[in-house]
Design a protein around this ligand. Structure first.
Ligand SMILES: [Zn+2]
Length: 234
C-alpha cells in the first residue's frame, strides 16, 4: 500500500466533500434568500395596491356611465313634462324624475367612496415605489455576493479536481478500488491520521496494546484502527 499516495488522495476527496458541505451553508445563501423574499413580498404588496387602484378606477367609470344614463333619461322626462297638461300624468313624471335624482345621488356617493379608495391605494403605491429601489439594490448586492462566494468555492473545487487524477495515478488499480470501497463504507473518510494514540477518524484513543499492534504492521501495509476500521497513517 502506498500510504502517502492514499493519504494525498484522501485529502483531496475530503477537501471536495468540505466544499460541497459548505455550499448550502454559505452565509451569502441565507442573505440572498432573505433579500429575495423581502423583494418578492414588497412586489406582492405593490401588485395588491395596483389591483385596488384598477378596481377603483373601473368602479368610478361604471358609476359615471350609469350617472350619464340617468341624466339622459331625466332630460327626456323633463321634455315630456313640458308638453303634458293632465296634472296626474305630470305628477307621475315628476315622481319618476325624483326617483332618478335619488339614484343619481346614490351613484355620486358610490363614486366618492371609490375615489377615496383610489387615493388611498395610490398613496400606498407611491410609498412602495419609493422603497422599491433600495430593496432591489439589496437583492442585487446579495446576489452578487453569493456569486462571488460560489465562484471562490468553484475555483477551489476546480483546483482539487485538477490535482485528483495525478494523485489517483500514484496508486495501483487494486489500491484505488480498495480505497473507493472503504470511502463508501466509512462515509467518505477511509484513511486517517494516527496522532499519538488518537485516531482522527473516530476520535477515540488506542490502548497501549492496540498501539503496539499498529506499530507491528509490516512496512508496505496499512494498519487499521481497531475502533473504527479506517486505515491509519502515522
Ligand atoms: Zn478510528
Amino acid at each position: 500500500m502506498n500510504a502517502a499516495a492514499l493519504l494525498a488522495l484522501q485529502e483531496i476527496d475530503s477537501a471536495l466533500t468540505v466544499i460541497d458541505n459548505k455550499r448550502p451553508r454559505l452565509p451569502e445563501v441565507a442573505a440572498h434568500r432573505a433579500a429575495a423574499e423581502a423583494l418578492a413580498a414588497h412586489r406582492a404588496r405593490m401588485a395588491d395596491a395596483q389591483r385596488r387602484i384598477d378596481e377603483a378606477v373601473a368602479a368610478i367609470e361604471a358609476t359615471e356611465h350609469a350617472s350619464a344614463d340617468i341624466v339622459t333619461k331625466r332630460t327626456r322626462l323633463e321634455g315630456q313634462l313640458k308638453t303634458i297638461i293632465a296634472p296626474r300624468e305630470a305628477e307621475a313624471l315628476m315622481h319618476q324624475i325624483d326617483t332618478l335624482n335619488t339614484q343619481r345621488g346614490a351613484l355620486d356617493d358610490q363614486e366618492l367612496a371609490s375615489l377615496d379608495l383610489q387615493a388611498e391605494a395610490e398613496s400606498e403605491m407611491s410609498a412602495f415605489d419609493a422603497d422599491l429601489p433600495a430593496l432591489e439594490a439589496t437583492a442585487a448586492q446579495a446576489r452578487a455576493e453569493l456569486q462571488v462566494a460560489t465562484a471562490a468555492l468553484d475555483a477551489e473545487a476546480a483546483d482539487l479536481h485538477a490535482r485528483r487524477p495525478a494523485a489517483a495515478a500514484a496508486l495501483t488499480e487494486e489500491e484505488l478500488a480498495s480505497y473507493e470501497r472503504a470511502r463508501k463504507h466509512f462515509d467518505g473518510v477511509a484513511i486517517t491520521h494516527l496522532e499519538g494514540t488518537h485516531c482522527h477518524g473516530c476520535h477515540l484513543d488506542l490502548s497501549p496494546a492496540e498501539l503496539d499492534e499498529v506499530k507491528a504492521t509490516p512496512a508496505g501495509q496499512l494498519p487499521e484502527c481497531p475502533q473504527c476500521g479506517r486505515y491509519l497513517v502515522r
